[in-house]
Design a protein around this ligand. Structure first.
Ligand SMILES: C[S@@+](CC[C@H](N)C(=O)[O-])C[C@H]1O[C@@H](n2cnc3c(N)ncnc32)[C@H](O)[C@@H]1O
Ligand code: SF4
Length: 407
């Protein structure tokens, strides 16, 4: 017998114009496209002279959103598409931190001091750092940048590296938002994705974070994983009712070519939910989260109180031509004064370039005015577009600008 949630979601699914969508050719197979995280994407970029960017810096002001990439993990989760290296020795982690600190110092000088509106430390797994490394990193940031009081400071953690000692350092360093990957509340699925933790361990890690005084905690889940049935996905949503984190990201599985999941998917899609079931899981998520008391703010992101609205995301996706994004570390991307650029995505080269007194800037493009508006439109697909805001930034109406595509 199916639950009331599944029944309701199936009712909604039946009314969706899926056949029409197929006719227009909008429907995509999960493995033949990839959702852009940035625009324009790395693949569309050529090399860029770092001087072009450095010369632009004085014109953008020094209020920024700061992203730092920590590319270390203990194992390869089969779905994961982020840049990372595994089980790095301490010497490599130290060399990376030293290079990252040099990059922070370089930009602080180039900007004439940084005023940081939001900080996001992501990965990889930032909690791979040991407590002393975390402490030194934050001390360095604060020596070279002023983090505005009240700024959101997010740190990503993996359940296996949530320890009291790390949590204490993060609190003392001013971190006020923790985002932790759980991905599934099912032990079989966790094992088949090579997550390296159990459901119980993830719950204990979440409880430790809350007990350490972090109110604003986000949990990541993924739907569409191998062996994930509709009822298993429903159990995940039920866990949200029990745990009630401030926010939850429910990502659908993005099948990126380089990942083990892509190989498994291409070898027959065996064990992966069908496209129809993916849509059903999507609808179930909206319905269940609404019922539990969450609001959907971004396409895959649900929040319990608007007071904890994710400011870095807002800066990154919606305020993109107001608050420059400075992304540091191997593979990080930035958007400053209309230039989208990417750092080198190789940790050895990153360290070497910084040690030689160079920047890590690798590929990028100065966007013409109309491309800046297109960028805002593309990023807006995820978080929405404020028409008035758009007019005040670009001096034109969004719908008029894109009239041929908005009809
Ligand atoms: C950098 S990881 C989070 C922190 C930590 N490394 C961990 O795994 O617990 C960022 C998140 O991206 C999501 N993610 C990674 N690869 C994905 C994929 N192919 N499809 C959907 N979500 C993905 C996962 O939910 C993951 O928690
Ligand atoms: S999901 Fe997290 S822990 Fe797993 S490989 Fe990706 S970044 Fe590393």
């Amino acid at each position: 017998m199916q639950s009331a949630l599944i029944e309701k979601a199936r009712g909604i699914q039946r009314k969706l114009p899926i056949q029409e969508i197929k006719k227009f050719g909008i429907e995509r197979r999960r493995d033949d496209y990839f959702l852009n995280i940035a625009y324009p994407s790395l693949q569309a970029m050529d090399s860029i002279e770092p001087e072009v960017i450095v010369h632009t810096i004085p014109s953008v002001g020094n209020r920024i959103a700061l992203y730092l990439h920590i590319p270390f993990c203990t194992r390869l989760c089969y779905y994961c598409h982020y840049y990372k290296v595994f089980n790095a020795a301490q010497a490599l982690v130290e060399a990376y931190l030293t290079a990252l600190m040099k990059e922070i110092t370089f930009y602080s000088q180039a900007f004439g001091g940084l005023k940081v509106e939001s900080v996001y430390i992501g990965g990889g797994t930032p909690s791979y750092l040991d407590p002393d490394q975390m402490k030194r990193l934050f001390e360095h940031i604060r020596r070279h940048a002023t983090i505005n009081s009240g700024a959101e400071i997010t740190f990503e953690m993996h359940p296996e590296s949530v320890t009291l000692e790390r949590l204490k350092i993060l609190r003392a360093s001013g971190v006020n938002r923790i985002s932790m990957g759980v991905e599934s509340f099912n032990d079989t699925i966790l094992a088949s994705e090579n997550r390296g933790h159990t459901v119980d361990e993830a719950i204990r890690a979440y409880e430790a974070i809350v007990s350490a005084g972090f109110e604003n905690v986000n949990l990541d889940l993924i739907y569409g994983l191998r062996h994930q049935t509709i009822s298993i996905w429903e159990e995940n949503l039920e866990r949200m009712r029990e745990l009630k984190p401030i926010s939850m990201c429910a990502y659908y599985l993005r099948v990126k070519t380089s990942t083990p999941d892509a190989k498994l998917y291409q070898s027959g899609a065996d064990g992966f939910p069908s496209e129809e079931d993916l849509i059903l899981m999507h609808i179930m998520t909206f319905e269940a989260m609404k019922e539990i008391g969450y609001e959907q703010l971004i396409v895959d992101w649900f929040i319990r109180t608007t007071e904890h609205f994710h400011k870095y995301q807002d800066h990154n996706w919606r305020q993109t031509d107001r608050i420059p994004l400075l992304g540091l570390g191997a593979s990080a991307y930035s958007y400053l004064g209309g230039i989208q650029y990417y750092n080198i995505n190789d940790i050895a080269q990153y360290i070497e370039w910084l040690n030689r007194g160079k920047t890590a800037i690798w590929r990028g493009e100065v966007l013409p005015f109309d491309e800046k508006m297109r960028r805002t439109a593309v990023l807006g697909l995820k978080m929405g577009i404020d028409r008035q805001d758009f007019r005040s930034i670009y001096g034109v109406d969004f719908c008029e600008q894109f009239s041929s595509t908005t009809k």
